[in-house]
Write a protein that binds this ligand. Structure first.
Ligand code: NAD
Ligand code: GLY
Length: 363
């Protein structure tokens, strides 16, 4: 097992990465202050992993809530079911919530923890690649609104993150690809050497080579932890973690939550951002092509939805947490391995990118 730290002063916490971690009660117990725990999971993950986590926590009053599966349920209505369970089982302010699942469960459980009795503890037990490399780390929690992705939420850091990489063995192929988009993101925004490593190892990663996956998860978490430690509440640098997300969130919301996976939308969104960067002269045609090839090798879509017109993007992109004084702001690349945030986006070039269709990323 490897342990990384998210360095946030007296709210610092460990990320444990390894195999067989779900069963290890000694990993959970230092992070549980009271006598009660509520495991929040969904109907897909429960039959696979719930009993193991229950067993590891048998020293506590263990309750559970099993939610319906899917991004379409990441909303206030489903969130209420977590509050219902907490109140019905009389959980008090020393309770600890356990988020057992992917990013949807992690974000919802985290927001329930942030808001129940004005804030209780929670532990992230991520079971998808995407949640192990991104959503479980950094304390962003929340739910979707029909008009905008993740629009209701809070920053609330977990007590620890317990990433059992063996859980990835049961992950569907499409979900592995979605997680790979966020892995590629770290290379693009801040870690050129890692980006080169991903290019060299994409086949091994997609074949779920355990050593390659473990390295990618660790390096991604290290990169994310460094950014979060510098800017926990996203007043500056943390926004670079949203490369491709302004485009991607527009795709997700327009297509109906869950029809495009979050990671798929982010992958295409990153290609759109890179396409714009090529048009702006920041990256070369060869670098753009190489990114497109990498996304294809990762099993990700490289063309936006055929039914999205320019206005469908622009209206959705205006409902973005980075919008400031009504001005669109985008995360772009100065070069491969270095992202920046700007509101200085040449409108004509953005239009060309949005209308690129199947020529996207082909320079
Ligand atoms: P997800 O939570 O929907 O999980 C994907 C699918 O895999 C689901 O059907 C789930 O039931 C299933 N699953 C999970 N673990 C499994 C396993 N081990 N074996 C078999 N099936 C398994 O999707 P995700 O990609 O993990 O997360 C996407 C969500 O994360 C989005 O809502 C996105 O907004 C959010 N997100 C949040 C942050 C953050 O910083 N908080 C960052 C990135 C993404
Ligand atoms: N996934 C973006 C962030 O955590 O800031």
């Amino acid at each position: 097992m490897n342990t990384l730290t998210v360095d946030l002063g007296d709210r610092s916490y460990p990320i444990y990465i390894g195999t067989g971690l779900l069963d290890q009660h000694e990993l959970y117990s230092p992070h549980i202050a009271g006598k009660q725990v509520l495991i929040v999971t969904n109907e897909t993950i429960a039959p696979l992993y719930l009993q193991r986590v229950r067993n590891a926590l048998s020293a506590y009053q263990v309750d559970e809530v099993i939610l319906p599966d899917g991004e379409a349920y990441k909303n206030l209505e489903t969130l209420n079911r977590i509050y219902d369970a907490l109140l019905e089982k009389k959980h008090n302010r020393t309770t600890t919530l356990i988020a057992l699942g992917g990013g949807v469960i992690g974000d919802m459980c985290g927001y329930a923890a942030a808001s129940y009795q004005r804030g209780v503890n929670f532990i992230q037990v991520p079971t998808t690649l995407l949640s192990q490399v991104d959503s479980s780390v950094g304390g962003k929690t929340g739910v979707n609104h029909p008009l905008g992705k993740n629009m209701i939420g809070a920053f609330h850091q977990p007590q620890c993150v317990l990433a059992d990489t063996e859980t990835l063995n049961t992950l569907p192929e499409r979900e592995l690809s979605a997680g790979m988009a966020e892995v590629i993101k770290y290379g693009l925004i801040c870690d050129k050497a890692f980006y080169g490593w991903i290019m060299d190892n994409i086949r091994a990663l997609m074949q779920r080579d355990p050593a390659a996956l473990a390295y990618a998860i660790e390096r991604s978490c290290r990169d994310k932890a460094e950014v979060v430690a510098q800017d926990e509440k996203e007043s500056g640098i943390r926004a670079i973690l949203n490369l491709g997300h302004t485009f991607g969130h527009a795709i997700e919301a327009h297509q109906g939550y869950g029809n495009w996976l979050h990671g798929e939308a982010v992958g295409t969104g990153m290609l759109q951002a890179a396409d714009l960067c090529w048009r702006m002269g920041h990256i070369s045609a060869a670098e753009l092509h190489a990114l497109r090839d990498l996304l294809v090798a990762a099993g990700l879509p490289v063309v936006g939805p055929a039914d999205m017109a320019e206005d469908d993007y622009l209206s959705r992109m205006q409902v973005d947490k980075k919008v400031l004084d009504g001005r669109l702001r985008l995360v772009l690349l100065k070069q491969i391995g270095e992202a920046y945030i700007t509101s200085d986006v040449p409108r004509q070039l953005l239009t060309q990118t949005l209308l690129a269709g199947d020529k996207l990323g082909q320079a």
